[in-house]
Design a protein around this ligand. Structure first.
Ligand SMILES: Cc1cc2nc3c(=O)[nH]c(=O)nc-3n(C[C@H](O)[C@H](O)[C@H](O)COP(=O)(O)OP(=O)(O)OC[C@H]3O[C@@H](n4cnc5c(N)ncnc54)[C@H](O)[C@@H]3O)c2cc1C
Length: 239
């Protein structure tokens, strides 16, 4: 009965393996017949059932959490979940996930994807944003110009992104309202005009501050700055 209800909206998969990708980042591979041949554009996310639908308190805590796709080869779909140190159901799911465990998720979706016509691409974000940046950077056309600034707590939090990414470290400071990330973007020598695209994701207030810097201080057109808030203190399960 439970499976029949879930099947109407969600795809069924199972955890194949879990691997630490960085100190606080768990790579979780999902597989299964329903996950074969999905349409997917690098940068997109899925929504995952992180609670048992019929468990007590499930509805109060929320059922779904959103995760970017780190890799998809037409069969297996990899997520990377940050164990951020809270007590949220997403973090708990990632900590306790085991090979063979059943999962229910939506198909990849979302418009946080590359602007193919841009001449220069700028990626800015935190640990969580580094996840969609991986496949987006790997999908850039040969020779495309880009800058990428990713802020993580310590070097142990860096996940494998292509060469050319500038890593910054907060060293214990909060990722929320990160002025150091905005400062790092301010230091970049970016193209003054032309077809540019910025992809800014991660903590909501930091995302807003980076967008304000690009639009107000650098004069980038608003439409050139694609933003996606992933989380913010005190808010549960954004999106
Ligand atoms: C489009 C999209 C893509 C996303 N992709 C990813 C991804 O690839 N990997 C990933 O790990 N997350 C990603 N997220 C964030 C993810 O959906 C959850 O918000 C996150 O896992 C926290 O869920 P939770 O249930 O543990 O905590 P919640 O119950 O949602 O939040 C509880 C509290 O925990 C704190 N918190 C939440 N996240 C963080 C954080 N990163 N750092 C510090 N404190 C935090 C906040 O204070 C929050 O109020 C994405 C979100 C969106 C909208």
């Amino acid at each position: 009965m439970k499976g029949r209800v879930l099947n109407l909206i969600f795809e069924r998969g199972e955890v194949e393996f879990i691997q630490p990708l960085a100190k606080r980042m768990r790579r979780i591979r999902l597989t299964g017949p329903a996950l074969k041949g999905l349409d997917y554009i690098p940068g997109q996310h899925i929504r995952l059932h992180v609670n048992d639908l019929f468990a007590p308190l499930t509805w109060r805590k929320g059922l779904l959490r959103t995760y970017s796709v780190w890799a998809y080869d037409g069969e297996a779909l990899d997520l990377c979940v940050l164990t951020h140190g809270g007590d949220g159901p997403g973090e708990q799911w990632a900590r306790e996930a085991k090979a063979g465990q059943e999962v229910w998720l939506t198909k990849p979706e979302g418009s946080f994807v590359l602007r193919p016509d841009a001449g220069h691409h700028l990626f800015v974000g935190d640990e969580t944003a580094a996840v969609p940046f991986g496949p987006m950077l790997r999908a850039l056309p040969e020779g495309a110009g880009f800058d990428a600034v990713v802020e993580v707590d310590t070097p142990d939090d860096q996940i494998p992104l292509p060469e050319g990414v500038t890593w910054c470290h907060r060293d214990g400071a909060s990722a929320a309202r990160s002025t150091s990330l905005v400062e790092a973007v301010r230091r970049l020598d970016l193209p003054g005009e032309g077809d540019r695209a910025a992809y800014v994701a991660g903590e909501a207030l930091t995302v807003q501050a980076v967008r304000d810097h690009l639009v107000r201080e650098r004069g980038w057109p608003r439409r050139s700055v694609l933003t996606k808030p992933f989380w913010t203190p005190g808010k549960r399960g954004m999106d």
